[in-house]
Ligand binder design. Structure first.
Ligand code: DSN
Length: 443
């Protein structure tokens, strides 16, 4: 650790460096790059410093453990392993078979399902494979559009999903901004979809998977649950599980699940599992990212521990407290609150002129990272927006608790309330640096 500031960022300003938050392997990497590639080393050091000294409120991001982080940068990256354990197209896969099998077995245990494909490179790839396994091109998928909190891979026109499939939408109740299951049932009955998707990117309330399955059964559709955002909560019982209700569940592994950047598809149906495997490889991907699959195994091992359940419970407690603290300060939350790790803040109730784009920019200067987000029926464009999406997974990983959420709400409000005024921003930036030094990133 004594070399920490020396290896920092490659900048001359050691006061802004926080590589003491790196573990020995992180510092070792920066030291290595100082000789091997100082340009990249400088960028990586600066990014390590950025993460160490800012509060990450993007609901889909997290800080992985050192074990997960360094498994991604391991020998496993050197190998082609197309195929599946025991059925590869390349020699030398003995240990790749072992680690992929371990990842699969841990995933099955974690989510209480019978089959898991851990090869998708990301959530969108998992969804491509699921679509291909469940539908033929032209078939109808019923989903929540992105403008109401859905995901682009659920049917956006410019995405593969909207290009190759017929898309029908369900919305949120305009008054409550909640899922309206009766209305979803009515639309499903009318459009007779082959697949109904539930699971969202910006919906802060619990999902009733059983109700969705009843609707799917009534119209003879498959139910596909994309649990990318809430995977960690589902794995620990903090949110209901998609199983046994969903025919297929897809997820990313890097959000609340706190693993490496990647995707996964799960099912309880043997015939669907066989199809899914074929649609992942060779259907839509080539060589699996074995270094990421190894890191998925590590992350799933971590998620099976009791500490991870406690972490997920804390994520939701923090989210609820932050939501309340913002409400107290005059911000309206879509649907009135949160049941999970995120909230969607309607900025207009605090200041009619306030936009998501401005707020995101001002907050970043103050050391709070978040994303502008459209709110349901947002009159502003998606690059401006009237909302902010905030999430607590990453700050909970650093150890912030309920009492700290009051400070976080205060910082958010100070910056937005002052319209990014320089003196307020500088004060908040310093207070956040101090907070980050009390809550270092995981080692
Ligand atoms: N981009 C992710 C999110 O931020 O929710 C979804 O894939």
């Amino acid at each position: 650790m004594s070399t920490a500031t020396k290896t920092c960022c490659g900048t001359s300003d050691s006061s802004s460096c926080h590589t003491d938050s790196l573990d020995s392997m992180g510092n070792g990497l920066l030291e290595l790059l100082r000789g091997a590639d100082p340009e990249v080393g400088r960028i990586l050091g600066a990014e390590a410093d950025r993460q160490a000294t800012t509060l990450e409120l993007i609901a889909s991001e997290n800080h992985v453990s050192s074990a997960v982080m360094h498994t991604m940068g391991s020998w496993m990256t050197n190998k082609y392993a197309e195929g599946y354990p025991g059925k590869r197209y390349y020699g030398g896969c003995e240990f790749h078979d072992q680690v992929e099998t371990l990842a699969i077995e841990r995933a099955k245990q974690l989510f209480g399902c019978q089959f898991a494909n851990v090869q998708p490179h990301c959530g969108a790839n998992a969804n491509i494979a699921a679509f291909m396994a469940l539908m033929n091109p032209g078939d109808t998928v019923l989903s929540l559009p992105i403008k109401s909190g859905g995901h682009l891979s659920h049917g956006l026109k410019v995405n593969f999903s909207g290009t190759f499939y017929t898309v029908a939408d369900y919305g949120l109740d305009p008054q409550t901004e909640l899922l309206d299951y009766d209305e979803i049932e009515r639309i499903a009955t009318e459009c007779q979809p082959k697949v109904i998707i539930c699971g969202y990117s910006a919906y802060s309330r619990a999902i009733d998977f059983a109700r969705f399955r009843a609707i799917a059964d009534k119209v003879g559709a498959y139910l596909m649950a994309d649990i990318a955002h809430i995977a960690g909560l589902c794995a620990t019982g903090v949110h209901a599980s998609p199983f046994p209700h969903a025919h297929v569940a897809t997820t990313t592994t890097h959000k609340t699940l706190r693993g490496p950047r990647g995707g996964m598809v799960m099912t309880n149906d043997q015939a669907l599992a066989t199809k899914i495997d074929r649609k992942v490889f060779p259907g839509s991907q080539g060589g699996p990212l074995m270094h990421v699959i190894a890191a998925k195994a590590v992350a799933f091992g971590e998620a099976l521990k009791p500490e991870f359940k406690a972490y997920c419970e804390q994520v939701v407690r923090n989210s609820r407290v932050l939501a309340k603290a913002l409400t107290t300060r005059g911000y309206r939350l879509c649907s009135g609150g949160t049941d999970n790790h995120l909230m969607l803040v309607d900025l207009r109730t605090r200041d009619a002129e306030l936009t998501g784009a401005d707020a995101e920019k001002w907050l970043e200067k103050a050391g709070i990272i978040c994303n502008k987000n459209g709110i349901p029926n947002d009159p502003r464009s998606p690059v401006v927006t009237s909302g902010l999406r905030l999430g607590t997974p990453a700050i909970t990983t650093r150890g912030l608790r309920e009492t700290d959420m009051e400070s976080v709400a205060g910082w958010l409000d100070a910056v937005m309330g002052s319209k990014g005024d320089a003196a307020t921003t500088a004060r908040v930036r310093e207070e956040i640096r101090e907070c980050c030094s009390r809550f270092p990133l995981p080692h």
